[in-house]
Design a protein around this ligand. Structure first.
Ligand SMILES: [Zn+2]
Length: 210
């Protein structure tokens, strides 16, 4: 992908919101006492991050994208943290929910009036539509379960294959959860960090019915 390619502003927005979320102290007495000292030093609580979050929210509502380079930079910001996998997972879920709201990734009230199997099929299609429109990811429907393969992910481009892959697992899983009644987990079947040609995530559901 070239440097001038654009990435949906939902991506950096979700990443920064996740950083802020993980950096926010729990509301207890001790945190309040330490607040002035330790917590203001946390990146997620800085005024820079707050301003960037607002900027990305505005961009999302206008439908503007960021450059590929900017998206990679924000992705890299998370990879350096000791809690990177937690932040990536939180960001992935946020990105999926934002995309579902904006790009029609849920069934709405209609879902309640159709049989479970139909709901599942419609849900997978709705999730596929949302993540394709928002992120250019292709969710393939397979009898064995829907899956997504990516050769050149943000995780690869940011230099954080492996930990960055948690972002994709959480994003795809949450997109399916929002749209269908998926309650399973995502399996990272193939990973470039393990020498595979691409990263591949597959949905594994308890009832195994797709
Ligand atoms: Zn991977």
């Amino acid at each position: 992908m070239s440097v001038s390619a654009t990435v949906n502003a939902i991506v950096p927005l979700a990443l920064l919101e996740a950083i802020r979320n993980l950096d926010t102290p729990l509301d207890d007495g001790l945190s309040a006492e330490l607040a002035g000292e330790t917590f203001t030093k946390r990146l997620g609580l800085s005024s820079t991050v707050a301003a960037q979050i607002q900027r990305y929210r505005d961009m999302v509502s206008r439908g503007d994208g960021v450059t590929d380079e900017e998206a990679v930079q924000v992705f890299r910001l998370v990879g350096r943290r000791s809690d990177a996998t937690l932040v990536y997972s939180d960001a992935g879920r946020r990105a999926a929910r934002l995309a579902a709201r904006r790009y029609g990734g849920s069934l709405g009230p209609v879902g309640r009036f159709v049989p479970k199997a139909t709901r599942r099929r419609m849900g997978v299609r709705a999730a596929a539509r949302a993540i394709r429109r928002a992120f250019g990811l292709e969710l393939k429907a397979d009898p064995g379960g829907p899956w997504v393969g990516v050769r050149d992910s943000l995780a690869s481009r940011a230099g954080f294959e492996g930990s960055g892959c948690f972002y994709y697992a959480a994003l795809i899983g949450e997109a399916l959860r929002v749209a269908s009644d998926f309650e399973g987990s995502m399996i990272h079947e193939k990973c470039k960090s393990r020498g595979d040609a691409e990263c591949r995530w597959k949905a594994a559901d308890a009832d195994q019915r797709w």
